[in-house]
Design a protein around this ligand. Structure first.
Ligand code: BEZ
Length: 209
């Protein structure tokens, strides 16, 4: 039977996809979206994804009318307008820009961590560029330091676009950089993450073991 559902082009390992899944859990919209699992990388694009998003990146969300939305920020904003509960992205005022800026900082952790992953897992070792890898890692460290400082201001007390993005970034670091030991250097963040990880939306969307 044809479905009126949206289709999310998906990989359980993608932290950008995970942000979407967390929002779907939090806003009670899981049943509106069919998941289309795809395998891809920058050097092995997926033709189903490329046909809908020329950048070849996931997440991409095909709507019931056939249009496709990307990237994760656009999809999050769209889905946040499709439910009647408390918005995950504040709709207006200084709060909107503050929370989106923090979400962007968490996305910067993800961008750097995913680039490091591609460089170390896909690129031949003799072509690795250590200074570039250090530069990406330094971005992650600076961003974690900022979130550690934000923990004192109450900025992590709301579960919204900023903290969903941060939790997905920390989850991805644990998944792809288990040696990083960020908890020792950022103890307030560690304590926050331990608590927030109990939420169904995070425990049910963990990256694959
Ligand atoms: C990963 O396996 O680390 C990954 C998969 C999809 C998108 C980004 C990262």
């Amino acid at each position: 039977m044809p479905s009126n559902n949206m289709t999310l082009f998906y990989s359980p390992a993608s932290p950008f996809v995970r942000k979407i899944m967390v929002l779907l859990h939090e806003t009670g919209q899981l049943q509106k979206v069919d998941l289309h699992n795809v395998q891809l990388s920058p050097v092995a694009p997926n033709s189903d994804v490329v046909a809908r998003n020329p950048s070849g990146k996931i997440p991409a969300l095909q709507l019931a009318d056939g249009d496709t939305l990307h990237d994760s920020r656009v999809i999050l904003d769209y889905l946040d307008h499709q439910h009647s509960g408390e918005p995950v992205i504040p709709r207006s005022g200084p709060q909107r820009w503050q929370r989106l800026t923090l979400a962007s900082l968490a996305d910067a952790i993800l961008d750097a961590a995913v680039l490091i992953r591609y460089e170390t897992a896909l690129r031949p070792e003799e072509l690795h560029w250590p200074q570039w890898l250090e530069g990406q890692q330094a971005k992650i460290e600076r961003a974690l330091g900022e979130f550690e400082a934000q923990a004192d201001t109450g900025a992590l007390n709301t579960f919204d676009i900023a903290t969903i993005s941060l939790a997905c970034a920390l989850g991805y670091l644990d998944f792809r950089q288990p040696q990083l030991a960020w908890r020792e250097r950022f103890p307030k963040l560690a304590s926050w993450y331990s608590e927030v990880s109990q939420r169904d939306s995070l425990s049910k969307t963990q990256p694959p073991a």
